[in-house]
Design a protein around this ligand. Structure first.
Ligand code: AMP
Length: 283
């Protein structure tokens, strides 16, 4: 497995590699969620590239860019064992230099939910993901449904700009007790981790009780999480999985429940699919 930081060098390394070429963009501090994307990529693609880049453009002022967990040596060992072929580790000073003048912006979809709580976040994501697509030129790119809105935004960007890449969404990987794996879970104390479990528990309960009434479901979810001890709710909504618009009345088709909350200083997100009332969940 090769580890390359320089743009010209990674382009040269990927010249003529067996296709399809898969890309898994990450910010490192890898866990089973990331590795599930690498696993999907190795099953579909002849060559697998992983990027590790803690993208400064997607962090707002006062967010956790400086203290974001970094564990490059351990990450590289895991990626080697998982069968990745190339790891791209650009450095921020040259990949996102202060003097750059160009951004890639997806309108409207990026304004709600995460975008409303983290202004500019998605501009940072789409700008850097476009750069990664442009440098790596993958045939397939793998993203987790854990970042549900991010996946929708990237699909939309790829469609709108006719980018020659297929976006593959992969299911959320959870700990056995239901907590969605996240690099930010490393910030949680034992007690906070127990508090954080209330997010996935509330979502799970909602998906079991879901009868298609969005107003009731949202009210229950908000009440549960507002009263959850050690949790400060940011948002809880039931949305259309394609448009991300909130549902308010009776929902006939699929829906997605999405939540964001703080546990201590740690901001966590989670989501779950709500199958149409009366249908059995997908296997
Ligand atoms: P990050 O390093 O947090 O930027 O995440 C890199 C990629 O891994 C994104 O596409 C995430 O959605 C995905 N990812 C993060 N956590 C999980 C998880 N628990 N299950 C599946 N995918 C995940």
């Amino acid at each position: 497995m090769d580890v390359v930081s320089d743009v010209a060098e990674i382009r040269a390394r990927l010249q003529g590699v067996p296709r399809p070429l898969g890309l898994v963009p990450t910010m490192g501090a890898l866990h089973g969620g990331h590795l599930s994307l690498v696993d999907a990529a190795t099953r579909h693609c002849a060559t697998v590239a992983v990027s590790i880049f803690v993208n400064p453009l997607q962090f707002g002022p006062g967010e956790d860019f400086q203290r974001y967990p970094r564990s490059l040596d351990a990450d590289l060992q895991e990626l080697d064992a998982a069968g990745a072929h190339v790891v791209f580790t650009p450095d921020a000073a040259s990949f996102t230099p202060p003097g750059r003048l160009t951004s890639v912006v997806v309108a409207s979809l990026t304004q709600r939910l995460e975008g409303s709580s983290r202004p500019g976040h998605f501009d940072g994501v789409t700008t850097v993901v476009t750069k990664l697509f442009n440098v790596i030129r993958p045939d397939q790119a793998y993203f987790g449904e854990k970042d549900f809105q991010q996946l929708a935004v990237i699909r939309r960007m790829v469609a709108d700009l006719d980018l020659p890449v297929t976006v593959v969404g992969c299911p959320i990987v959870r700990d056995p007790d239901g907590l969605a794996l996240s690099s930010r879970n490393a910030y949680l104390s034992g007690e906070q981790r127990v508090a954080a479990l209330q997010l996935s528990q509330a979502l799970h309960r909602l998906s079991q009780e879901w009868a298609g009434d969005a107003a009731t479901a949202v009210a229950t979810l908000r009440r549960t999480l507002s009263q959850a001890s050690g949790v400060r709710l940011d948002y809880a909504e039931v949305i259309d999985p394609e448009t991300l618009e909130p549902f308010e009345g009776v929902v006939e088709g699929p829906a997605q429940a999405v939540v964001a909350a703080y546990v201590g200083d740690t901001r966590l997100i989670d989501n779950i699919r709500l199958e149409p009332a009366g249908s059995s969940p997908a296997a």
